[in-house]
Design a protein around this ligand. Structure first.
Ligand SMILES: N[C@@H](CCC(=O)N[C@@H](CS)C(=O)NCC(=O)O)C(=O)O
Length: 207
């Protein structure tokens, strides 16, 4: 059975939400970051990047990187319409997904959350945290403008990009305690109404 390698408070949340949206059976392999299991020989043999999310498919092959895993899931379950099939819808979904994963998560949240990855000087780390937070809020403002007058990031229904935005909203609100700009906040509330997100919040212990 497909297995999602998952750790709490990570971007694997977005993949879990997508798997719940799809509703097909899957297994979860919990990777305990407090025990550094992501760097254990056992896990590195599965994913040499030492990161989650990773998806182990039925044939034992592994897919990593949020966008690749999300696309594979969408392609496996076209009836769920998680990825538009018209060219404009496709490129707008990839555009939104890449901005959320690449800029909101990797360039902004990581700087806030993991300043130790960039410096071990205490004052520099404080500055990095502040800059990470500022960058994340600025990126949310861009998303806020895109969401004006609409419910979902692209088109009329939830796509891969909304699941990616959700895990960042969760981090900002439930982990960091920040206030989101209004359209992003409304999107977060909309996401929390979905059974897929509710299942994830149970898993995260924030339901
Ligand atoms: N570019 C990767 C990022 C994956 C990533 O950074 N995952 C983090 C959790 S959000 C992780 O596993 N970190 C492990 C560590 O830093 O030791 C993706 O899109 O999936």
């Amino acid at each position: 059975m497909t297995t999602l390698c998952y750790a709490k408070k990570t971007c694997a949340i977005g993949i879990h939400v997508l798997m719940e949206e799809i509703g097909a059976p899957y297994d979860l392999r919990i990777v305990d970051f407090s025990k550094k299991e992501q760097k254990s020989p056992d896990y590195l043999a599965l994913n040499p990047k030492g990161k989650v999310a990773a998806l182990v498919r039925d044939d034992g092959s592994v897919v990593t990187e949020f966008a690749a895993i999300a696309m594979w899931l969408a392609l496996q379950h076209p009836e769920k319409n998680l990825m538009p099939t018209d060219p404009e819808g496709m490129i707008r979904t990839i555009e939104a997904l890449d901005y959320v994963v690449g800029t909101v998560h990797m360039l902004s949240w990581r700087m806030y959350r993991r300043p130790d990855a960039y410096s071990d000087i205490p004052e520099a780390m404080e500055q990095l945290k502040q800059r990470g937070r500022d960058a994340m809020m600025a990126a949310f403002e861009v998303v806020d403008a895109q969401l004006a007058g609409r419910e979902w990031m692209v088109g009329e229904r939830l796509t891969l990009a909304d699941a990616a935005l959700y895990y960042n909203e969760y981090w900002a609100v439930d982990v960091a305690g920040w206030e989101l700009p209004p359209n992003v906040a409304a999107h977060f509330e909309r996401m929390k109404e979905r059974p897929s997100v509710q299942a994830n919040r149970v898993l995260e212990g924030v339901a």
